[in-house]
Design a protein around this ligand. Structure first.
Ligand code: SAH
Length: 373
């Protein structure tokens, strides 16, 4: 058995690559080209090996050092001992009747998180979305969301976030499924902007042309409204942004999303108005409709006024029911009337059909084992 090399990640400025197993090996699924160049140097190798490794891991998506045949055998051996390349371990995969697949991952330190693969029903559109988690559990306590009821949580590392994409891609590319991830949304468990550094790092890796090469138009970061971090996001990334708005006045939003007491609608909307949105882009506004809470025509009119002048596309999501919410889904005729009111005011509003409801994979339904509640 080869001995671990005991790389001092702090000294190498690679502390952000610490793996979840806590054994000191850097998790390379979270590494940038520069990180891998430093690593190569630390191992006494030429710097260009770093770029070679980056291509092998993210572009060729090789999961085992032994298969990186353009890298000398000795170095492959060293890397296999000193570094971690593991993708998150899926303990359960469940498939919905509609083709949606939910993955439950468990980490060596005993937390769980989920990803949901959502293939487009109209196959010719070829839009197949992966919804990734940014935290195990969530601290925000939104009152309509199941994930909010999980007590234990921690931030996921960049490697764990990128690893969800690599693990699911490997699973769905099998001939029986013949799938391919085309879009990524940070809409799984957790609040991405409360795990800011790891989420930005993961998004950069996902959109790096030399690596996984997703277009920035096809990666969406969703937030419940961590306002200072929205300003940071505008400086750091050009990926798409989604805002979970869910209400058009502070009174209602305070009630259903406690985070609104810290950053009320005025601050959130100001951040959107000041956001350096790339040309021809819009924000996605998520609006979970709760029966008789935020689904009236007055709410719709208020929403139009609130968003006036901001380029948006609104996704209407009738509440997906679960056991841990006091709220109920809206009556179908109220949903139709709400949507028509928005459209009548020239606001693009799309009614989202829930996916994977039968396997508790729809929005707001993610949350692992009862033991973690
Ligand atoms: N914390 C981030 C990322 C999670 S996205 C955010 O809030 O944006 C999850 C989305 O599902 C959010 O838009 C949320 O409003 C929505 N959602 C939560 N619970 C839901 C439920 N029970 N039914 C439908 N949508 C829900």
């Amino acid at each position: 058995m080869a001995k671990s090399l005991d790389l001092d990640l702090g000294v190498l400025a690679l502390a952000h690559l610490k793996n979840a197993a806590g054994d000191g090996r850097p998790a390379l699924l979270g590494a940038s080209v520069q990180d891998l160049e430093s690593l190569a140097e630390a191992l006494g190798e030429p710097r260009y090996r770093g770029r070679q490794l980056f291509t092998a891991i993210f572009n060729r998506r090789i999961a085992d050092f032994a298969e990186m045949t353009d890298i000398p055998a000795g170095l492959r051996q060293t890397l296999a001992t000193a570094c971690e390349l593991d993708r998150p371990h899926a303990t359960t995969i469940v498939a919905s009747v509609d083709g949606t697949r939910k993955y439950r991952f468990e980490t060596p330190d005993g937390v769980a998180f989920e990803s949901v693969y959502i293939p487009e029903v109209a196959k010719e559109r070829h839009t197949h979305t992966l919804c990734v988690s940014s935290q195990s559990g969530c601290s925000l306590g939104c009152r309509f969301c199941f994930t909010a009821s999980i007590k234990r949580y921690r931030n996921l590392t960049a490697a764990e976030i990128v690893g969800q994409v690599l693990a699911v891609q490997a699973d769905v590319s099998r001939p029986e499924i013949d799938g391919k991830i085309t879009n990524i949304v940070f809409m799984g468990m957790g609040e991405p902007l409360l795990n800011y550094d790891n989420v930005v790092r993961a998004a950069q890796l996902l959109t790096d042309p030399a690596g996984l090469d997703f277009s920035t138009r096809r990666v969406t970061i969703s937030t419940a409204g961590i306002v200072p971090r929205i300003y940071d996001l505008g400086r750091d990334l050009t990926t798409q942004v989604a805002i979970s708005l869910n209400a058009s006045c502070d009174e209602t939003r305070n009630r259903i999303m406690p985070i609104n007491r810290k950053w009320p609608l005025s601050a959130l909307i100001k951040a959107l108005r000041e956001y350096p949105l790339p040309r021809r882009r819009r924000f996605t506004i998520e609006y979970v409709m709760l029966g008789n809470v935020n689904d009236s025509l007055r709410d719709a009119e208020q929403l139009v006024r609130l968003l006036d002048g901001i380029p948006v596309k609104i996704n209407l999501l009738p509440l997906n029911p679960h056991s841990r919410t006091e709220y109920v889904p809206p009556a179908p005729e109220r949903v139709t009337a709400f949507q028509q009111a928005l459209r009548g005011a020239n606001v693009n509003a799309i009614l989202r059909t829930p996916r994977g409801q039968d396997i508790a994979a729809a929005c707001g339904q993610l949350g692992p084992a009862a033991s973690q509640l």
